[in-house]
Design a protein around this ligand. Structure first.
Ligand code: GLN
Length: 297
């Protein structure tokens, strides 16, 4: 089949769902992934034809896209901070807002006088996107990444290999670690006194009451474990991580969060009420409260 014809079929079937522009992007992602054909080649070679099995692969992809399955899960890959990441239904698809958080941390570290041998912990690492993109850009730091989901850790490990960085992965539930600190000592990471220079987390923060704002492609496909919290205790992870950070950050160590845009002030209060100074709430590119940072006194 001629690829151009296939592209028209994609438009006929999908434009109503995604809009023409988005369908073009989806189609080009498929040609790059399945055929290794970059989009420019389609323009230069409009009569480019593909084999029957290749055509079948495209039709299968089309079916999934009609059901609003995210293209990243379909192809099993995505890009974050300019790096390749493997993804599947066990991990959240990395978001652009999180790239802003990574960028903030890299800029802050660059402005520090001492940059060597920093110890950095990412809590709720998921695909590993935060820890891995930091590791790639802060090659002298030592990285730890924790997640409750063994399936997510499998993906994160794969991604650390793909990007050739060293991360110490830990399977643990942060809520339990805070309840029972001997568990953390069992993990044998903590040496005498406080330990990390930086703790970062993008924990679950979407309330059930916000579910109507969440698009069906997210709601029906992405792991709810990584997304949702109960309406009556939406900051459960932030409280636990703040408590954990007080015990496990070095003095002057920094805590970074991605946060729920509607809970900026409340989340900030957790840090200002605890032992943190220089607490700052920062907006993402869409102008929403999205990042929070503070320095342990
Ligand atoms: N920003 C994500 C979303 O809107 C949520 C990420 C999270 O819960 N940590 O889907």
């Amino acid at each position: 089949m001629v690829l151009k014809e296939l592209q028209n079929i994609f438009h006929n079937e999908l434009d109503a769902i995604y809009g023409q522009h988005e369908v073009n992007s989806l189609f080009y992602l498929c040609t790059e992934h399945y055929l290794n054909v970059p989009r420019i080649q389609l323009t230069l070679e409009p009569e480019l034809a593909i084999t029957k099995p290749e055509t079948e692969t495209f039709f299968k992809a089309l079916e999934h896209l009609k059901q609003q399955k995210p293209i990243q899960y379909l192809l099993g890959e995505t890009e974050f901070f300019g790096l390749p990441f493997t993804v599947n239904e066990n991990v959240l698809i990395p978001r652009p807002e999180t790239e802003e958080l990574v960028d903030l941390i890299i800029r802050d570290v660059a402005s520090r006088s001492v940059q060597s041998s920093l110890k950095i912990l990412d809590i709720g690492t998921g695909s590993g996107c935060i820890a891995i993109s930091l590791a790639k850009n802060l090659p002298n730091a030592e990285f730890y990444a924790l997640d409750v989901s063994p399936e997510a850790l499998k993906v994160a490990k794969q991604n650390s290999e793909l990007n050739k960085v060293d991360i110490n992965f830990i399977e643990a539930n942060i809520l339990e670690l805070v309840e029972n600190s001997s568990l953390w000592e069992d993990v044998a990471l903590r040496q005498k006194g406080s330990f990390f220079d930086i703790i970062v987390s993008n924990p679950p923060y979407v309330r059930n009451l916000e579910k109507q704002e969440i698009k069906p492609n997210v709601l029906d496909n992405e792991p709810h474990l990584a997304l949702f919290v109960e309406d009556d205790n939406p900051l459960i992870f932030y409280k636990a991580i703040t408590e954990f950070a007080i015990k496990n950050l070095k003095p002057k160590g920094q805590l970074y969060f991605e946060i729920n845009q509607y809970l900026g002030e409340d989340t900030m209060a957790l840090l200002t009420d605890a032992e943190f100074e220089a607490v700052e709430l920062l907006k993402d590119l869409n102008g929403n409260d999205r990042m929070l940072k503070g320095t342990r006194i």
